[in-house]
Design a protein around this ligand. Structure first.
Ligand SMILES: *Cc1c(COP(=O)(O)O)cnc(C)c1O
Length: 415
């Protein structure tokens, strides 16, 4: 008899997005005449086509594969040098990151989950609340937690409350932690951390001999020049941080798949026997054993994001999405709802009307406006009372969502 990893049984019923999909499907089946009206602002997936420079580079990559002389088989597990070098030059200039500290992958979702392979049991894991559910669920699968309580909080995790009072940027805790997940610009709240706030986290990590797992999937959306794009802009981070980046949200690669992890040679963990081991060495072993590289055409396409044309096209995409975010933010504010985010991130985080909880707001928006949002409670107990609207959409859809939001709130009492 094959036993199973019983940690999986601790997971709460559904991952958030399957549950949203289930409710949307049920609504569509029950209301076939309204189904075509549904506008999805739920899942954080890009909507606009790939930048032309990316498409051209991918085509060229495929063409190379079609000819014996330029055909590529297995590539280097860590990623092609041309891409790692372009990343270092264009994303980490002046920050002391070397190309051999970059590991190319097929996504940050996998990277942020897989990274747990190199950490041992017994770490105190700090997770912001609300949070990207992947960090929590992968820790549950890895056996780093106990059971969930009625509010969905897992025993054994150190939850860092994020709320209106702290601007949805977690304060450094009094308690000790060994691993800390930070995501800025944040999904789901759209919050960004200032240099001082990140410096406080780096100081905390160094004082606690902890590792920061910094998810910068949305760094390209930062508009304010004072906000750091990388944790490595903070002195001392090279000794205590790993950064995750992805081409999904800037280059529109959610369906193409390419991302990377930056692990400085100087970040170490305890071996248990009293020694320290570079995390780079462990991740290199893990990556080359369990992964065989992102495809050559995809890596060529990713490198094109850093070409002059690619940069201009990505900037236009970001400007489009941030224009959407501005409209959504202004509309929510105009109808009297508390609004956060949407300034340096493609997510607008909105307080629910009085007396409506997060899933209640989800159901209400679906039933009365045929708009799919994401209930804040799906991101953790700390997200209760809020909902997330994604700015990833066409302008026409966003304008329509804004009209429906106004109508919905105008016709309802009391708010
Ligand atoms: C979208 C997103 C990513 C990127 O995931 P990919 O697997 O690279 O598509 C990473 N982190 C967060 C918080 C995200 O929202």
């Amino acid at each position: 008899m094959a036993t199973i990893n019983a940690n999986f049984l601790k997971l709460k019923a559904g991952y958030l997005f399957p549950e949203i999909a289930r409710r949307v499907k049920a609504y569509s089946e029950a209301n076939p005449d309204l189904a075509a009206r549904i506008i999805r602002c739920g899942i954080g997936d890009v909507t606009e086509p790939l930048p032309a420079a990316v498409v051209d580079a991918m085509h060229a990559g495929v063409a190379a594969m079609a000819v014996r002389e330029t055909f590529m088989g297995y590539g280097p597990e860590q990623g092609y040098e041309f891409l790692r070098q372009a990343i270092v030059e264009h994303q980490f200039a002046g920050l002391g990151i070397a190309a051999d500290e970059v590991f190319i992958s097929d996504g940050s979702k996998c990277d942020t989950g897989n990274i747990l392979d190199i950490f041992g049991p017994g770490n105190v894991i700090a997770i912001t609340d609300p949070v990207y559910p992947v960090y929590v669920d992968t820790n549950v699968m890895a056996g780093n937690t106990g059971e969930a309580n009625a509010r969905g909080a897992y025993a054994g995790l150190l939850y860092l409350p994020c709320n209106a009072a702290n601007g949805f940027v977690a304060d450094v805790p009094r308690e000790h932690a060994d691993l800390i997940y930070l995501c800025f610009p944040n999904n789901p709240t759209g919050a960004v951390a200032t240099r001082e706030q990140l410096a406080a986290w780096v100081a905390y990590a160094r004082a606690n001999d902890a590792i920061i797992l910094f998810d910068a999937a949305y760094e390209a959306f930062i508009q304010d020049p004072a906000i750091p794009h990388s944790i490595f802009e903070i002195d001392g981070a090279r000794e205590c941080a790993i950064e995750f980046r992805s081409f999904s949200k800037n280059g529109g690669f959610t369906g193409v798949r390419c991302a990377y992890v930056v692990i400085p040679q100087t970040v170490t963990g305890h071996s248990g026997a009293g020694g320290r081991v570079p995390l780079h060495q462990l991740w290199s072993r893990r990556h080359s054993t369990k992964f065989n590289g992102a495809s050559y055409p995809v890596q060529r396409a990713a490198a094109a994001v850093f070409s002059d044309a690619g940069k201009a096209q990505v900037a236009a995409l970001i400007a489009h999405y941030m224009g959407n975010a501005k409209l959504l933010r202004e509309t929510c504010a105009a109808v009297g709802l508390p609004v956060f985010g949407g300034v340096n991130a493609p997510y607008v985080w909105v307080g629910c009307p009085q007396g409506v909880d997060a899933w209640g707001m989800f159901d209400k928006m679906l039933a009365e406006a045929q708009v799919v949002i994401t209930p804040g409670a799906g991101f953790g107990a700390g997200g209760e009372g809020y909902f997330r609207i994604s700015a990833f959409n066409s302008r026409a859809n966003v304008e329509e969502v804004c009209r429906r939001l106004k109508a919905l709130v105008a016709h309802a009492h009391p708010y």
